[in-house]
Design a binder for this molecule. Structure first.
Ligand SMILES: [Zn+2]
Ligand SMILES: [Zn+2]
Length: 615
């Protein structure tokens, strides 16, 4: 056992990929091992600061910013930081896994060791809660399959860290017989069109408390557990706060205003997941389900007769991001507590004749497909096999739960039946926290079925974006694109928003392509200043056709937009304002913003380098 663990560790160290800084990794491994030994000798945690290598200083500062500002390591970090982070992760995780397996550390001892280590970059309460939440599944994996530091770190950090080549070395087969690509055309004059409401990332905070402090030192504030403040400039506002998730009454008012201003024209509604808030260290299964239930009841009350299409985000589960393979039949970890319950909440939204099929599909794997117009099928792709922060990818990283295989079969059936398809999913492929191989395989499927897929809708990033897919062989022909819809929640630094798409159809010649996208917001600071007696003033921030100066919204048009964003400063500044919902938002670099529009796998920088130059 001991030798096996040493062999695995050495092997993982040898094949650690391009981010390796072996000296630093060894130093972290030694210090971490010494910390664990001293812990065992003393019976409690010694002062952790004595065990931190000098070179870790910049890394700790960066990690603090990462957690505070959600900077994604793969996109933004300088190379030295990536090297250090990957090496520190492999060193520390390697020592902890080795000591667990060889010294027989108990779960409690592991919690007491990990809490001060985590406390170097995060609040102690947050650390303790997060460790208590995630340790049982990690322990189960260590006991039943073994965990490898170089895989754990590669998955969590993404990019080219640790075992990234092994984790990304898999392919999904697509069926032969691809039809010739069709060039999209504009609908004929006078043909019909309809409007769809899309809301994403609601992140309700059921405990939002006005007057609590907005910078509480934790990743999220303004909760009933947050302390109150007399300083009005630091107090949680009546309609929301930029460092917090959304009060229930703000969402309620948004739904009412949508109904008042667009109710008649909304044909159906898409909701792309993430209903619970970001206090991930203090949640439970019941608490997270309560958010999904309340959201579904609020939307039903506002739109009782409208077709509503939900999808699963990364926050519905407990712990957040934890989505075991659908066929894992271990009562403590099985996903059976979530999908069948959500299916019950949502089934009433489906067309009556498709409810049974919906419940069956959704209850099993948290995805579904449904015909929503004559000749138009909506396919909801569960993104949790792409979610790199889902520790269960250590258990099964090749097409977790068979989602991509199911997508291929569903699209093939649609192609044979002559249907057109809209795809709805939570996490855009290419995102920093979506497994690179998942993104690459997803894009391969999109390319194979480029004629059938008429639109794609994502959320998750909270920013307002788009994503162009290119042919894999030459990376020069834009074959499809997706919209990334801005969040309802203010977290972090964003005015609340909702989006309305205009779509060509239905009718004989319906293409079901999107003709326009309009984004509506209200200014949070103004609303808070006006007080609760006045409702927030929503207005149209922009629409894609006019404000991004696009004659049509086809893949080649978005390719042109991406190129222009790289070169035209004024145009970029305008786009960046929309990206952040015209609010303080995130200080993302231009490279990150532009590259996110052309990157479908976070281990392939080809298009990014083409547009922005190699780093
Ligand atoms: Zn979200
Ligand atoms: Zn999300």
């Amino acid at each position: 056992m001991k030798f096996a663990a040493i062999a695995i560790f050495l092997l993982s160290a040898c094949i650690a990929g391009s981010y390796a800084d072996k000296d630093f990794e060894n130093e972290v491994y030694e210090k971490s091992t010494k910390f664990i030994q001293d812990f065992k000798r003393l019976g409690s945690a010694p002062d952790v600061s004595q065990y931190i290598p000098k070179r870790a200083g910049p890394l700790i500062n960066y990690a603090k910013r990462y957690f505070a500002e959600k900077i994604i390591m793969t996109n933004e970090a300088p190379k030295e930081i990536k090297d250090l982070t990957c090496s520190a992760c492999i060193g520390a995780a390697g020592s902890i896994i080795f000591d667990y397996e060889t010294l027989g550390l108990s779960g409690e001892a592991l919690t007491n060791i990990l809490t001060p280590l985590c406390g170097v970059v995060l609040d102690k309460d947050v650390c303790r809660g997060a460790i208590e939440n995630y340790l049982p599944e990690l322990k189960y994996m260590m006991d039943n399959k073994g965990l490898k530091a170089s895989r754990v770190c590669s998955l969590f950090l993404q990019g080219k860290c640790g075992d990234w080549e092994i984790l990304n070395n898999w392919e999904i087969e697509v069926p032969p017989g691809k039809p010739e690509p069709e060039e999209p055309t504009l609908p004929s004059e006078g043909s019909s069109a309809y409007k769809v409401l899309h809301i994403s990332d609601v992140h309700l905070d059921l405990s939002y408390t006005v007057g609590t402090v907005v910078d509480c030192g934790k990743p999220m504030c303004c909760m009933n557990s947050t302390e109150m403040t007399n300083d009005a400039s630091k107090a949680a506002g009546v309609w929301g706060s930029f460092t917090c998730d959304l009060p229930v009454w703000t969402f309620q008012d948004m739904l009412m205003q949508i109904k008042e201003n667009h109710g008649e024209e909304i044909d159906y509604i898409m909701i792309t997941g993430d209903f619970p808030s970001h206090e991930v260290w203090a949640q439970s299964r019941e608490w997270n389900l309560a958010h999904s239930k309340m959201m579904s009841e609020m939307v039903t009350e506002a739109f009782p007769d409208t077709l509503i299409l939900p999808s699963v985000g990364n926050h519905e589960s407990f712990p957040t991001n934890s989505y075991p393979p659908h066929d894992l039949n271990v009562p403590e970890f099985s996903i059976d507590w979530l999908y069948p319950t959500l299916a019950q909440y949502y089934s009433k939204w489906m067309p009556e004749d498709q409810q049974m099929k919906f419940v069956e599909e959704f209850s099993q794997r948290g995805h579904y497909s449904v015909v929503i117009k004559p000749g138009l099928r909506l396919v909801m792709v569960n993104p949790n096999g792409c979610l790199a922060h889902n520790f269960w990818l250590n258990w099964q990283w090749v097409d977790n739960s068979g989602v991509l295989q199911w997508l291929v079969e569903t699209l093939h059936d649609a192609e044979i039946a002559g249907e057109k398809v809209h795809i709805m999913s939570h996490i855009p492929p290419g995102n920093g926290d979506c497994l690179g191989a998942w993104g690459r395989n997803y894009a391969k499927i999109i390319e194979r079925f480029e004629n059938t897929i008429r639109a794609q809708f994502f959320g998750h990033t909270h920013n307002d974006q788009f994503l162009v897919f290119y042919d894999a062989e030459t990376q020069s022909r834009p074959v499809n694109f997706g919209f990334i819809t801005p969040s309802v929640t203010t977290y972090t630094g964003l005015n609340p928003s909702y989006t309305i798409y205009t779509i060509d159809g239905p009718g004989e010649s319906a293409s079901y392509r999107v003709q326009n996208k309009e984004v509506y917001i209200f200014r949070l600071s103004e609303a808070n200043n006006a007080g609760l007696a006045e409702r927030p003033k929503y207005f149209k921030l922009y629409d894609v056709q006019n404000d991004l100066e696009m004659a049509s919204l086809f893949p080649r048009d978005f390719d042109q937009v991406a190129r222009r964003l790289a070169t035209d400063d004024e145009y970029y500044a305008k786009y960046f304002r929309y990206y952040n919902h015209d609010s303080p938002g995130d200080e993302h670099s231009r490279r990150r913003v532009v590259c996110a529009a052309v990157t479908v796998s976070n281990i392939d920088d080809t298009k990014c380098d083409e547009l922005m130059g190699a780093e």
